[in-house]
Design a protein. Structure first.
Length: 475
């Protein structure tokens, strides 16, 4: 087991060692990644670092101690609230990221339902579309709420007819996306809002990825369906400043229509020997840096800055959508509303995951979708300069896979393909659990730690497939 070095090393040595570790990390600065990092430019990043460093040590756990942090939080909530048309009574908190902004409403609405004795000794339920971000499944698991999935329509939107049928007295909330992570499509928020209002059920719009791009797209003239608090049934929204808000990582906004909802999120323990404890969100210690950088980013960019970023992003997205649709055998899934989308193969002979593998080998970092299978892209301004190269490489990748139809049975394509198709999802889960145990276990077994060997995840996939083929041996 690794131990803490007995003697400390010089700052310089530690830093240069850290830099050397980064060599194999994904290259986001040159637009090679299509998720994970929202990088505007070096100047903006340097500015964020300065703002973050000003509050490097401060802790928003106690707002009385660091009043400036409370002020930042309040102003960021207010500015985001007005951006999302939340109205004068809106109230919210800054959280550590999208996931926290998805976890907390589930807990808050469960508490609200409990306070109204809406359900009794029965598991509370939340209704979501199948495309909802996985953070909501995590929330359901953490807070003991049953997640009721509704299928997607052929346009990749929540099926409101099914939603109506699924509502019952245990329903504590409805969630929909603006837009969804996998396909970049806004759910029918107005229709859902109407249903939620009629049934008096809280309705959260997850705009974690869209909250800082959809409003600006509207402002510069893009026609979008209503997605925010203008829809009367919407009771809360999440919007990540660390995504299209171009702030430092660790900042998202969770905002409710009024305090009657937010108060159920607060935690107060009056009897703790450490003192009376009150906490507005999930974390105890709340790092000051991301809060300060969020305030700094919004003020430095202003509405005009965000509009410019949005315009550049939307133009690049349009180019990519058009370019991908023009490659024979590929098609965009549905009609994306913003700057992220999925695309799939329309030709049974063309394995989309094999196309992904070729793109990986050309240095792109692309996420895979399943159910249905596809590749994913989240566009930011850094992609302006690489969109043509991406489309060129994609066209070549499709040609390469067509010329080598067996490629879908090799490499990562084989693993993703197997994992997407296996009908026994419990088996997939079990294998992924083993993978996690290895990754987070004492040996920290990462795929790249095994030169010459296929990654253990592929072996895990192969094991699942072997197990499955034993049950259904081909003739
Ligand atoms: C719609 C949506 N909700 C929630 C999240 C979770 O955000 P985070 O990764 O910041 O926890 C994401 C992340 O991409 C998202 O797209």
């Amino acid at each position: 087991m690794k131990i803490i070095p007995s003697e400390g090393q010089s700052f310089q040595k530690v830093l240069s060692e850290m830099k050397s570790f980064r060599k194999e990390d994904a290259n986001y600065i040159d637009g090679r990644t299509w998720s994970l990092v929202y990088h505007l430019n070096e100047d903006h990043t340097e500015f964020l670092k300065k703002a973050h460093n000003l509050y490097f040590s401060e802790n928003a756990l106690n707002p009385m101690a660091f009043k400036s942090l409370k002020r930042f939080e309040h102003e960021v909530v207010q500015m985001t609230g007005s951006l999302l048309n939340a109205g004068e009574d809106a109230a919210g908190t800054l959280t550590s990221g999208g996931t926290e902004s998805c976890l907390l409403p589930v807990m808050a609405y469960r508490e609200l339902a409990l306070s109204k004795k809406r359900f009794k000794k029965i598991v509370p339920e939340m209704i979501v579309p199948q495309s909802i971000h996985v953070a909501w499944s995590k929330a359901a698991k953490y807070f003991g709420v049953k997640m009721v999935n509704t299928p997607l329509t052929s346009e990749f939107k929540m099926d409101v007819e099914v939603l109506k049928q699924k509502i019952n007295r245990n329903t504590i909330m409805i969630v929909a996306s603006a837009p969804s992570y996998p396909h970049g499509i806004i759910d029918p928020i107005e229709e859902i809002g109407e249903i939620a209002k009629t049934n008096k059920i809280p309705f959260h719009v997850d705009a974690c990825v869209g909250g800082f791009i959809l409003p600006f797209a509207e402002q510069i003239g893009y026609k979008l369906p209503l997605f925010d608090f203008r829809v009367p049934g919407v009771t809360s929204m999440s919007a990540d400043i660390h995504k299209y808000g171009f702030a430092a990582k660790g900042a998202s906004i969770l905002i409710y229509r009024n305090m009657e909802y937010l108060k159920h999120q607060f935690f107060i323990q009056q009897d703790w020997p450490g003192g009376v404890f009150a906490s507005p969100a999930l974390l105890g210690t709340r790092p000051g840096g991301p809060i300060a950088a969020a305030w700094a980013a919004i003020n430095a960019l202003g509405q005009k800055g965000y509009q410019d970023i949005t315009l550049r992003t939307m133009i690049t997205t349009k180019k990519l959508l058009k370019g991908i649709n023009s490659i024979e055998g590929l098609a965009i899934m549905g009609r994306p509303h913003a700057s992220l989308f999925g695309y799939c193969s329309t030709d049974p002979e063309l394995n989309i995951f094999a196309v992904g593998d070729v793109m990986d080998s050309k240095g792109w970092h692309i996420d895979r979708l399943q159910r249905p299978e596809g590749l994913h892209a989240m566009v930011t301004p850094v992609h302006e300069n690489v969109a043509d190269q991406y489309l060129y490489d994609l066209k070549k990748a499709v040609e390469q896979v067509r010329a080598d139809p067996g490629s879908g049975a090799r490499g990562n394509a084989a693993m993703y393909g197997m994992i997407a198709k296996i009908p026994f999802r419990g088996m997939v889960k079990k294998q992924v659990m083993k993978m996690m145990e290895k990754m987070y276990g004492p040996d920290c077994e990462m795929p790249m730690d095994q030169p010459g060997k296929e990654p253990f995840s592929i072996r895990a996939g192969a094991r699942v497939m072997n197990w499955f083929s034993r049950l259904r041996r081909p003739d």
